[in-house]
Write a protein that binds this ligand. Structure first.
Ligand SMILES: [Zn+2]
Length: 450
């Protein structure tokens, strides 16, 4: 199947609710940057796509970092002096500071308070906190609950294990006709948080599941990795292959009700940057384009100066701009099937542009060829605006001089890429266009110098 036929079959509402259902399935799992929660998540993803689960041993040096010890947790609670569980990890995994070392003892409130985290400004929400690289233990709770604690002796228990093991991540390559790759990356290291981590996981998984049914030009590499340390490990262990990556996108926070945000790659003018800008401009919805900055998600690593990969980041509301970020309010109600489906379709449109963006040559470049006698209007079909379709053909004929890609033409004409691409397809079948030789390099060098 080709990508055009596929796009006609997918509806926003159906794919959006499929993604929301998958997120609901993954929501209860306690993930961290290592451990069985990540493996359990990857195994569930494997019911949709045949991804490889890779394991990197603790202590492995990856550039300036070391793979940390593996953390696993069975149970945790706080009991009051009457034996009532006032905090129960089994009810909400955000209650435990991620990477907490084991503890089991009785403790006074004054000492316990040094290990409690809450958000005074959001008194009903439980914060999400971590302590990956300095050993500590702690509990997170609503500020209202913290304020209600009385002076008594509490029993604290964290039944966790922090010892040498592995860092796990998922990798899936869909081969295309070219070994040039498109990287699609998301983080998988947060516990019960929906927009931040699960929305990106669902979008990556469903996109991979969709693309694997297609005949593709590029190869697509999906990485489902713990944030920061996962991308650093992958880049370090695959340094020789990194140059295959010609385009890439990090997916995070793609399910909230906010408008779509695209954050450009460090290069700022790469083809993927231009594609997302083009798609959003023609989306008919509000959107925001942000310049690159060295904070955010794994684009920080992919865009570090030695790699400088053309990798942007697709979000709805950026992490520092929604109050629910890293709290229990980033839950199943906070993300919407509509937004998830809309983010999916925007990614699929971007893939469609990547797959079909070509450089052509006009085979009849001396003045305009006579379009009417070639039956081109008849081939347009019933629902097409014939005037607009003619303009698109004139643009393609005029600009196809073996130096301009279809994306260049779409940008210059102000027309939608899909209309330009449809016109090129018609002109090609009428024998008025031919594919330009070395077009892949042409597209890239042109994009790089623009
Ligand atoms: Zn986060």
């Amino acid at each position: 199947m080709n990508i055009h036929d596929l796009r006609k079959q997918i509806t926003r509402d159906r794919i959006g609710s499929e993604m929301h259902d998958f997120i609901s399935e993954l929501y209860p799992i306690c993930r961290s940057i290592t451990g069985n929660g990540v493996r359990a998540t990857l195994r569930r993803i494997r019911t949709h796509i045949p991804l490889e689960i890779r394991e990197v041993p603790s202590g492995t040096k990856v550039f300036d970092w070391l793979i940390p010890n593996e953390w696993n947790i069975r149970d945790a609670y706080i009991k009051d002096s009457r034996g009532n569980k006032i905090i129960d990890f089994g009810r909400c995994n955000l209650h435990v500071l991620s990477y907490s070392t084991p503890v089991k003892r009785k403790i006074k409130l004054s000492e316990l308070r040094k290990h409690l985290f809450s958000i005074p400004e959001k008194p009903d929400w439980i914060p999400y906190r971590t302590s990956y690289y300095s050993e500590n233990w702690g509990f997170c709770m609503s500020h209202r609950q913290l304020e209600s604690l009385t002076q008594e002796e509490y029993e604290v228990c964290i039944d966790s294990v922090l010892e040498p093991g592995y860092l796990s991540y998922g990798e899936y390559l869909i081969p295309g006709s070219s070994t040039d790759e498109v990287l699609i990356s998301c983080h998988i290291c947060h516990p019960s948080l929906c927009n931040d981590n699960l929305s990106g996981i669902a979008l990556s998984t469903m996109l991979a599941k969709t693309l694997k049914a297609l005949t593709l030009r590029y190869s697509y590499r999906f990485l489902l990795i713990p944030g920061t340390i996962g991308s650093i490990a992958w880049l370090c262990l695959n340094e020789k292959q990194v140059s295959k990556i010609k385009h890439g996108i990090v997916l995070a926070n793609v399910g909230d009700e906010g408008i779509t945000t695209y954050k450009k790659s460090r290069r700022g003018n790469s083809e993927v940057d231009r594609i997302f800008e083009h798609i959003l401009r023609h989306s008919g919805t509000d959107y925001r384009i942000e310049d690159f900055s060295p904070y955010g998600y794994d684009e920080r690593q992919y865009c570090s100066p030695a790699f400088d990969l053309p990798v942007g980041c697709l979000m709805r509301t950026p992490h520092d701009q929604f109050g629910e970020y890293h709290t229990s309010a980033d839950n199943l109600d906070f993300i919407k099937p509509w937004s998830l489906g809309d983010s999916f379709l925007k990614c699929l449109s971007a893939v469609s542009v990547l797959e079909t963006n070509q450089v052509y040559s006009n085979r009849s470049p001396k003045c305009e060829p006579q379009l009417g006698r070639r039956g081109l209007y008849r081939d347009l079909g019933g629902n097409v605006d014939k005037k607009a379709a003619e303009f698109a053909m004139l643009w393609v004929l005029n600009q196809s001089d073996a130096t301009h890609s279809l994306l260049d033409i779409a940008e210059r004409s102000g027309m939608h890429f899909d209309d330009i691409e449809r016109a090129a397809h018609l002109l090609l079948s009428a024998g008025l266009l031919e594919e330009s030789t070395d077009q892949v390099q042409e597209v890239q060098s042109h994009a790089g110098t623009k």
